[in-house]
Design a protein around this ligand. Structure first.
Ligand code: XMP
Length: 510
């Protein structure tokens, strides 16, 4: 399979680079610079290597470096930002600090020649973010672009197939960024671009059909996108040898437990054990108001329930998980990856007796997982489900958790979701939900005084959930949601909209 290596030097856009390559139908893998050698790169047959950006200066003692042999290995290389400077440094050039004339943001780029930038107009806009710059290029290279403050905004050694750009072609602000990446991939690396999600799906099914033949596998199903897609994919491969365990803690969204059960048993005819543990969770949560304590109790109880079910099943060959690529990268890949995936399912590997962990989606990004889900025929409502925290509504229900408050929150949240869908915004916002605050206030209905709960609506736009901005939802939508919630959900007489970004707030209220 044709593939590109994205060699990670710690830059903030690394995942974006891999995404951009995959958008060209070429499989891309991100690997930390210190977890792969030049020999590995050659042995694994990468068609090309992209050096990412990074926060360091090449002269910092702790700055990440790479084996200069890569530049003579015959593999096409593209360096971006820090990666560009690193190539200059490795090949004998010179880097200086620009100090007060460092460039950040949109900058005019002037192309002066070269193979990589051949199809660009002489002037265009690129996205810069650097303090250091290349003050002397290495022997064998030539400058192919400049900016007002940067004497080498791009350089290349065409003979060795090595290219370097000081700016970021992967961000959309670089107007011809996609074109530059395409030229590197298709011209310099000679890629064909024949990687398709369809082939991923059929290849993966065929692989597990063979690998897990006649073996029993258990999957912890949360009803979220990742575990659902992983489960259906494996079901296609091994059918009834897969058993899914779905723990319903009673803190799911309205009708969600039934929806998950129906989907997996009726639509897909899968072995599903639904554990209705609502009462058990509620009694352990009675009187608890502190957010961290709520999370802890739910996490512990979840494991306990799973353990009891796992014991009934006995020994299985594998435990399947819906770990996806960002989970793997965040944990630094390699050895620590497993630790993170254990966390994903709350320590489940310790309570099930199994020989192997199966993670069919570990090379995919979220939207790629969704594309696989659609190919497998999983209902839209599930494939496009927004992220939902493990502790469920417990962290959206301020104060003590009671049956009455869960019902109010589920109903209010359902109204909000219906209207987001009606207004065509359901797949546009990053995450949106209702929160039941613990505040009550005075209202009036007809001639009567009311004293009801305040519901807060939260909707955020975000790429990575590390930071988020509140969504500028249309007033017409907010008005309709407010009027429907106050008339349809008994016990609520006031609705507010949360206009706080993250930071300083977080996405969830608890
Ligand atoms: P915060 O509130 O930390 O949320 O800004 C960022 C993203 O993480 C989700 N989230 C969780 N997911 N278990 C999860 O599986 C949790 O305990 C948890 N807490 C927050 C949140 O929904 C948002 O998408």
């Amino acid at each position: 399979m044709e593939k590109i290596l994205v060699l990670d030097f710690g830059g903030q856009y690394n995942q974006l680079i891999a995404r951009r390559v995959r958008e060209q139908h070429i499989y891309a893998e991100i690997r930390p610079y210190d977890k792969i050698t030049v020999d590995d790169i050659l042995a694994e047959g990468y068609a090309g290597v992209i050096f990412t950006g990074g926060p360091n200066s090449v002269y910092d003692e702790s700055a990440p470096h790479f084996d200069p042999a890569i530049l003579d290995a015959g593999v096409p290389v593209l360096g971006i930002c820090y990666g560009c400077q690193l190539i200059a440094h490795m090949a004998g050039g010179e880097i200086k600090s620009a100090g007060s004339v460092s460039e950040y943001g949109k900058v005019e780029l002037t192309v002066t020649g070269g193979r990589l930038l051949k199809t660009l107009p002489e002037k265009s806009v690129c996205w810069m973010s650097h303090t250091d710059f290349i003050s002397r290029i290495p022997a064998g290279f030539r400058v192919t672009a400049v900016t007002a403050n940067c004497p080498c905004a791009a350089m290349e050694n065409e003979e060795k197939n090595i290219y370097a750009v000081q700016f970021h072609p992967e961000v959309t602000h670089t107007v011809y960024g996609k074109e530059i990446l395409r030229r590197f991939l298709f011209d310099a690396c000679g890629c064909k671009g024949d990687w398709r999600m369809e082939s991923f799906t059929s290849d993966t099914i065929a692989y597990y059909k063979d690998k897990l033949k006649d073996k029993k596998v258990v999957c912890a199903l949360s009803g979220g996108v990742d575990s659902s897609v992983a489960a259906v994919l494996l079901h296609r491969a091994i059918g009834k040898n897969l058993t899914c365990i779905f723990v319903d803690h009673g803190l799911l969204r309205k009708d969600e437990g039934d929806f998950v059960e129906t989907t997996f048993t009726k639509t897909f005819d899968m072995n599903l054990i639904r554990v209705n543990a609502r009462q058990r969770f509620l009694s352990r949560l009675a009187g608890v108001t502190e957010p961290e304590q709520k999370r802890k109790i739910i996490g512990e109880e979840f494991i306990r329930v799973f353990e009891e079910e796992g014991k009934k099943i006995g020994k299985v060959y594998a435990l399947a998980q819906g770990t996806i690529y960002p989970d793997v990268i965040e944990s630094g890949a390699g050895a620590s990856a497993t630790i993170k995936s254990h966390h994903n399912v709350g320590g489940l590997p310790d309570v099930i007796d199994f020989e192997e962990i199966v993670e069919p989606l570990r090379s995919l990004f979220k939207d790629e997982v969704r594309a696989v889900g659609e190919q497998l025929g999983i209902p839209q409502a599930l494939v496009w489900r927004q992220p939902f925290p493990g502790p469920g509504l417990a962290v959206r229900l301020i104060g003590e958790i009671t049956e009455e408050k869960i019902k109010i929150l589920q109903d209010a949240d359902a109204v909000f979701r219906e209207e987001m869908d009606f207004f065509g915004l359901a797949q546009k916002a990053g995450q949106y939900f209702a929160v039941l605050t613990d505040t009550r206030s005075v209202g009036v209905v007809g001639d009567a005084r009311t004293y009801g709960y305040t519901v807060a609506l939260r909707s955020v736009d975000t790429d990575d959930f590390m930071t988020a901005d509140w969504s500028r939802l249309p007033y017409a939508l907010l008005e309709k949601v407010s009027s429907r919630i106050t008339s349809e959900v008994s016990g609520v007489n006031r609705v507010v909209y949360d206009i706080t970004s993250k930071p300083p707030a977080t996405v969830e209220w608890e």
